[in-house]
Design a binder for this molecule. Structure first.
Ligand SMILES: CC(C)(COP(=O)([O-])OP(=O)([O-])OC[C@H]1O[C@@H](n2cnc3c(N)ncnc32)[C@H](O)[C@@H]1OP(=O)([O-])[O-])[C@@H](O)C(=O)NCCC(=O)NCCSC(=O)C[C@@](C)(O)CC(=O)[O-]
Length: 301
């Protein structure tokens, strides 16, 4: 396939400070989170999911999100987003100065119960109150759907289940839906089938991809997404991450690896790869863990 089949530009949604850090056994100190967010922005990322306003008893790693939002030096043109499961989370996010928020649903009932303690339909009702408040405040709301290519409790998930909840989120007013391969079991084949089912109904412009790399398929799955016309991709510096309610979910696809692949396709991201690798090395050093980015490992060897 020629490079002309790919978009000239892809927007990266950096989820490292939120998804990347929410599962760490020892939470990263607030100051280090602030340094991480600022480093990512300095490396060229223009959308950084900076924290989440969930129940701190459920996710203690994100308990200091308000402080992170308050302490970061902001750069104009950058979106500093937060995850908000309900109105209480939305209000906390607004008080902390989040530029936009994301609600998160699932295509699997069991995952929805374990992750946010309610059914899929109850979650949509909770999000309705968030959407109403966001409309009043003039704040954009992104939607996530987890388990689009497999669930840790239910196994295979049908594209029609993903379509149904994605449609509900878009109807509620989310400007896009990020499709989460939460446990990274998807393959280019299952991603192709899913997108072939979703895009005629929803359009590629309303979809983003959020791929975990547990089975080493994330880049291949993203490539399939690009071929379907998707131009917005979530990733996490150094491949940090994993969902606490999805056993076996390893890190998100590494931002460094996505940038390298996109550069190779001649696709612009606005990200300085060397600067990003330095940011990834620094946070890994603080966490005392190895980078999950193949590109960062190759460059440091
Ligand atoms: C959704 C809830 C809050 C429901 O939790 P709940 O216990 O059902 O909530 P509740 O409404 O019954 O309230 C119980 C207590 O929680 C408090 N509470 C309630 N809401 C909030 C809030 N916003 N902020 C702070 N506190 C809150 C509330 O005030 C109350 O406090 P108490 O009276 O007992 O002292 C809970 O289940 C929760 O926090 N879940 C978070 C799960 C989570 O963060 N998971 C990881 C993110 S999702 C993910 O990683 C997947 C994704 C997005 O990356 C995509 C992918 O890869 O698939």
């Amino acid at each position: 396939m020629s490079s002309a089949s790919y978009p000239p530009e892809v927007s990266l949604i950096e989820v490292g400070p939120r998804d990347g850090l929410q599962n760490e056994s020892t939470p990263l100190p607030t100051e280090d989170k602030v340094t991480l967010v600022e480093g990512l922005v300095a490396a060229g990322l223009r959308y950084v999911e900076t924290g989440s306003f969930v129940n701190p008893r459920w996710i203690p790693q994100m308990a200091d999100s308000a402080d992170v939002f308050k302490k970061i030096a902001r750069t104009s043109g950058v979106t500093y987003a937060a995850l908000t499961p309900n109105l209480q989370g939305f209000e906390r996010a607004m008080e902390a100065g989040a530029s936009e928020v994301a609600v998160f649903a699932a295509a699997s009932e069991s995952f929805s119960q374990r992750n946010i303690n309610c059914s899929i339909s109850e979650s949509i009702e909770r999000f309705r109150t968030v959407m109403d408040a966001a409309k009043t405040e003039g704040v954009a709301v992104r939607g996530y759907v987890s388990c689009v290519l497999g669930c840790p409790y239910e196994g295979r998930i049908s594209p029609s289940a993903v379509l149904s909840v994605s449609e509900e989120l878009l109807t509620l007013g989310c400007y896009e839906v990020s499709l989460g391969d939460t446990i990274g079991t998807g393959t280019p084949g299952s991603m192709d089938s899913l997108l072939s089912a979703l895009i005629p109904a929803l359009t590629a412009g309303k979809l983003a991809l959020h791929c975990h790399n547990s089975y080493g398929q994330a880049l291949a799955n993203i490539l399939v997404g690009l071929q379907h016309g998707i131009t917005r991709v979530d990733s996490s510096v150094a491949g940090l991450g994993g969902c606490p309610y999805a056993t076996g979910a390893s890190g998100n696809v590494a931002t460094e690896d996505v940038v390298y692949m996109l550069q190779g396709l001649g696709i612009k991201t606005g990200v300085d790869l060397d600067a990003l690798i330095t940011v990834g090395a620094s946070v890994c050093n603080k966490l005392g863990r190895a980078s999950q980015s193949a590109v960062a490992k190759a460059r440091s060897s």
